[in-house]
Design a protein around this ligand. Structure first.
Ligand SMILES: C[S@@+](CC[C@H](N)C(=O)[O-])C[C@H]1O[C@@H](n2cnc3c(N)ncnc32)[C@H](O)[C@@H]1O
Length: 325
C-alpha cells in the first residue's frame, strides 16, 4: 500500500485483471496519485518492464516517487496533465505503450489536506487545483463567473437540483466580500439549502467546482484520444471513473473505437467493485471500471487468399485487396 495518507487503490484486483500488465511491458499510469495502482502494475511488469508515472500534482508525484522506490522496473515520473500523452511519450522516446491506466478524480492526499481546498469538511483556502502551479482556482471562479454560469456548472457537473438558488446566494454574498475559504462557501451553500436531510449539501457543489477548475471532462476526452493513439497493437487501456458523466464518456469513446474496428471492449462493458470493497473503502462506492484492447491484427480468409493485417488506414485497402472493392 502507498505510504503516508492511508490510500488504498480502488478495485485493485479488477484493475490488474483487466489491464493485465505482463513482464517486460511498458505501462503508463496517467493518474499516479500516491502510486497505489502503479505499484501493482510495476510489480507485474518486473525488472524488464517500464513504468511511466504521470500526475499533474507535483506533491502527489513526490509521494509516489518515495512509495515506489522498491520497484525493480524502470520508472519515469512525469509532472504533466495527461492530455499531453503524445508529447510525454515522445520525450521519453517511447513509440507505443502496452498498457494505459486512468483512475480519474482526486487523491486522498488532495482531499485530506485542508490547504488544498478540495474538502468542505476542512476549512482552507478555496483552491481545488490539482496542479497548484497553473490556472485559476475555485475562488477565482466563484468570485468572478456570472451567477448563471455558476448555476450551470453546479447543475451540469454536480447534478445539483438547487443550483440556481445556491448560485444566487453566492452572487449576493460576494457583493459584500469575496469568498475565499471552503468554510465560507460551505456556509453559503448550507444557508441556501437549509433544513434538507441527506448528505452534506456542499457535496455536489464542491464536486462540480472541482471538475470545472481542473477541466476534468476536457482532460478525459483528450486523454482518451491520446491513449488510443499511443496503444501498441494488442495493447490495453483501463479507466476507473467515479462520476456518471465520466463513465458515459468512456463508454461512448470505447463504443466508437469498437465500431471502427480499432478495439474490442473487455469485461462485457462495465465492472463494479465488490460489496466487500465498498464497505471498507468509501471511495469505491461509485467506482466503475471499463477496459478495451486494441485489436492486434486480424485475418481475412477467402478461398486460398489469406491476409494478416495490422489495423489502421491500411486495413481497408487490404480488405479490398482480398474481397474486392
Ligand atoms: C484518484 S487519484 C489516483 C490514485 C492512484 N491510482 C493510487 O492508487 O494512488 C487521481 C490522481 O490523478 C491526478 N490527475 C487527475 N487528473 C489529471 C490529469 N488530467 N492529468 C494528470 N494527472 C491527473 C490527480 O492529481 C490525482 O493525483
Amino acid at each position: 500500500m502507498a505510504k503516508g495518507y492511508g490510500h488504498e487503490p480502488v478495485m485493485p484486483e479488477e484493475s490488474c485483471l483487466w489491464l493485465d500488465p505482463r513482464p517486460g511491458q511498458t505501462v503508463i499510469d496517467m493518474t499516479t496519485g500516491l502510486g497505489g495502482h502503479s505499484r501493482l502494475f510495476g510489480e507485474a511488469i518486473g525488472a524488464t518492464g517500464r513504468l511511466v508515472c504521470v500526475d499533474r500534482d507535483r506533491e502527489a508525484l513526490e509521494a509516489a516517487r518515495e512509495n515506489l522506490l522498491s520497484l525493480e522496473c524502470g520508472v519515469d515520473f512525469i509532472h504533466s496533465p495527461f492530455d499531453r500523452i503524445t508529447g510525454i511519450l515522445a520525450s521519453l522516446d517511447i513509440k507505443a505503450v502496452d498498457r494505459v491506466f486512468f483512475d480519474i478524480g482526486v487523491s486522498s492526499l488532495q482531499l485530506d489536506k485542508a490547504e488544498r481546498g478540495f474538502s468542505f469538511l476542512r476549512d482552507g483556502p478555496l483552491d481545488m487545483r490539482m496542479d497548484r502551479e497553473t490556472g485559476p482556482n475555485a475562488a477565482d471562479l466563484v468570485n468572478s463567473l456570472p451567477v448563471e454560469e455558476l448555476a450551470d456548472i453546479f447543475y451540469r457537473y454536480g447534478e445539483e437540483r438547487h443550483s440556481r438558488r445556491i448560485a444566487k446566494r453566492i452572487g449576493e454574498a460576494r457583493e459584500i466580500s469575496p469568498i475565499n475559504t471552503t468554510g465560507e462557501l460551505s456556509a453559503i451553500i448550507a444557508g441556501a439549502t437549509s433544513g434538507r436531510a441527506g448528505r452534506n449539501p456542499a457535496t455536489k457543489v464542491f464536486q462540480a467546482l472541482r471538475i470545472a477548475v481542473n477541466d476534468e471532462l476536457g482532460m478525459l476526452s483528450r486523454g482518451l484520444a491520446g491513449a488510443g493513439k499511443a496503444l501498441a497493437p494488442g495493447g490495453r487501456v483501463a479507466v476507473l471513473t467515479f462520476h456518471s458523466i465520466e463513465d458515459r464518456m468512456v463508454k461512448r469513446v470505447f463504443a466508437g473505437w469498437a465500431k471502427r474496428g480499432l478495439t474490442k471492449t473487455l469485461a462485457g462493458g462495465v465492472v463494479e467493485p465488490t460489496h466487500a470493497e465498498t464497505l471498507v473503502n468509501r471511495r469505491a462506492r461509485s467506482a466503475k471500471l471499463r477496459a478495451a484492447e486494441r485489436i492486434q491484427e486480424f485475418s481475412l480468409r477467402r478461398g486460398r487468399h489469406y491476409a494478416r493485417i495490422h489495423i489502421g488506414s491500411a486495413s481497408l485497402d487490404a480488405y479490398r485487396l482480398v474481397h474486392g472493392p
